[in-house]
Design a protein. Structure first.
Length: 174
């Protein structure tokens, strides 16, 4: 009896340590993720005027990264004022239900490349929603983020103050 009690105690201690290790690693993973994307749930506000506003926090690397949706699928956006269009990595295009359009030559910081034109049916960032957004599918991008370029940003008012970026979508004119 004494041997089995000792074995049971050892097993319980191992299970306890494994559980603690798992809990700590999950907390650390969540902390690391929040350092990269502090906007998992972007702060949104709608004014009586109908203006919709999303406030984004800058991440520890100085970028604005936020969770959002394309065609109902969860995505991560990296805001990029240097990108003419929304740029979607090729490996995400199918899961986002995007069609490959005409092949186009485009200039990037790394030189000239070929991309495919496409149109996003529905894009959502916080409470800001847009339809029929011009975009490109870039088969050379391996990153998991979608570059939220000027084809979206030019339709918004935005300004930065401190470590926050405010994006405002004005109501449609009657």
């Amino acid at each position: 009896m004494l041997k089995s009690d000792s074995l049971l105690s050892k097993i319980m201690v191992i299970i306890l340590w494994c559980g603690l290790t798992l809990a700590v690693s999950m907390l650390y993973r969540d902390w690391l993720l929040s350092q990269y994307n502090p906007n998992l749930y972007p702060t949104a506000h709608q004014y009586r005027s109908g203006t919709k506003e999303v406030t984004l926090e800058r991440n520890r690397f100085g970028h604005y990264v936020s969770s959002g949706k394309i065609n109902g699928v969860d995505v991560v956006f990296l805001l990029d004022t240097g990108s003419t269009q929304v740029a979607i990595p090729g490996h995400l295009a199918e899961s986002l239900q995007l069609d490959y359009g005409d092949k186009q030559e485009t200039g990037t910081a790394n030189g000239t490349i070929w991309v495919y034109g496409t149109e996003i049916d529905h894009l959502k960032l916080g409470n800001i929603e847009m339809r029929n957004v011009s975009a490109s599918i870039n088969p050379h991008m391996i990153e998991p983020e979608i570059l939220l370029g000027m084809s979206v940003l030019k339709q918004l008012d935005f300004y930065q103050r401190g470590n926050q970026l405010k994006l405002q979508q004005l109501p449609p004119e009657s």
